[in-house]
Design a protein around this ligand. Structure first.
Ligand SMILES: [Zn+2]
Length: 72
């Protein structure tokens, strides 16, 4: 059984069929290191597209967006 994936911000269940995600999500993964106060801590979370947009709207500097012209 695949573990159910939920958006960490709004708890929305991410649609999946037979273990394949049918909805794209933002995956946050960070291994904090020596120069942080969270040494050896690993943070992992998912954000649905809607919550991702809400998060980046709060950025002082907009995210860098690169248009992919072809799939490599
Ligand atoms: Zn969400």
């Amino acid at each position: 059984m695949e573990p159910m994936i939920r958006c960490n911000a709004c708890k929305k269940q991410i649609k999946s069929e037979n273990g394949i995600l049918k909805e794209d999500v933002f995956v946050g993964y960070k291994e904090w290191g020596y120069f942080s106060n969270k040494d050896l801590q690993i943070d992992h979370f998912y954000l649905c597209e809607e919550c991702y947009e809400k998060m980046i709207k709060n950025f002082a500097i907009p995210v860098q967006r690169i248009e992919k012209t072809e799939v490599l």
